[in-house]
Design a protein around this ligand. Sequence first.
Ligand SMILES: NC(=O)c1ccc[n+]([C@@H]2O[C@H](COP(=O)([O-])OP(=O)(O)OC[C@H]3O[C@@H](n4cnc5c(N)ncnc54)[C@H](O)[C@@H]3O)[C@@H](O)[C@H]2O)c1
Ligand SMILES: [Fe+2]
Length: 384
Amino acid sequence: MAEVVWNYPTRILFGDDAASAVGREAKRLGIVRALIVSDPGVTRAGLLGPLERSLAGQGIESVRFDAISTNPSEAEAKAAAEAYRRAGANGVVAIGGGAPLDVAKVVRILTTEPLPLEEYDDAKGGDAKMKAEFPPMIAVPTTAGTGSEVGRSAVVTSATTGKKTIFFHPKLIPDVAVLDPRLTESLPAKVTAATGFDALTHSIEAFLAKGDHPMADAIALKSIELCARYLERAVKQPADMEARGGMLKAAMMGAVAFQKGLGVCHSLAHPLGAEHDVHHGLANALCLPAVLDFNRSAVPARIATLARTLGVRGDDEDTLAFECAGAVRALRHKVDLPDGLHTVGITEAHIAKLAKLAFEDVCHSMNPRPCTEHDMAQLYRVSL
Ligand SMILES: NC(=O)c1ccc[n+]([C@@H]2O[C@H](COP(=O)([O-])OP(=O)(O)OC[C@H]3O[C@@H](n4cnc5c(N)ncnc54)[C@H](O)[C@@H]3O)[C@@H](O)[C@H]2O)c1
Ligand SMILES: [Fe+2]
């Protein structure tokens, strides 16, 4: 696969050996000493070596930091920032799923902005307080899900509130995203499926989000088409590089599209991650069908288009819209993901608190149908 370079809007390198270009890109950005932000699973999969060799090949020193969990905490981000300072680094190279990529973005905030981290919470207008003279960042995704490599936000769980907190600034977009399908080959089937559902949910929620944004809509639909074509293949044939590459593109495009906005599914997913440590993509997968049914009365034509893109046949718009949630359930089943929140230990007793937290989450402000806390409780209930 030949390397191609896209600038839409991020500089994106895509190709079978794209990771070997990390050193060259780091040099171009003026990085002389890099903090490599990763996590234990990525280190164990042996994915750091090629990056370190590529950096060393350009005379760039690097130090590893990989003490990061799947729902990363503020404490982990602070430890990473400390490692950055101790190493005397002047740039970050993040390799892994959304967790290390997001922590790397927070390292950029923590090492350049003077206020305590909670002051930069997006829900409190934190973006306006940032000078945003961030050190350069290269993002190398090893999951095909969050699209954080082209995203303007980072999500970590706040030490003060215990909530998943969003930090947002256009300049948080990494300077370069390096998409190398081979780096996702070692991803276990379950993680491939769950992260793929995060990508699919981004694109579906972006397409349904309020607002007039034909570019985001077009990108979202293409991303959904790629998920429909490649997710099952990537899960069942881990070495299928066409499928792996297709899912990396789908995930990246999902995050480009959700610049338009997300929706209530992400509001439901965030407390499941923060309170119950449910993987973010899995949380989305478990709530998405109920959300599609909930939104049907507000945007039936759009949901019919989604159904068609997911492969449902037929001409009658109402029938197509009705069948959309079923198509998502069928895909979830094909990739061996569980079919309800009960499988991750959620019961009726948890719903009141989860619904309160989901209602406080910002994502549902762009949902095509307004939702109350009561609606959120119902959505969790239907998803049990
Ligand atoms: N910034 C954003 O816009 C955005 C969007 C959605 C989600 N998120 C956040 O991203 C995080 C989840 O990210 P994720 O879904 O990519 O999961 P993740 O980063 O937690 O990775 C999941 C697991 O897969 C392992 N792994 C990753 N790549 C691997 C590989 N190639 N081979 C073997 N193992 C590998 C990791 O070690 C980890 O154990 C959550 O914290 C979520 O809130 C951020
Ligand atoms: Fe997400």
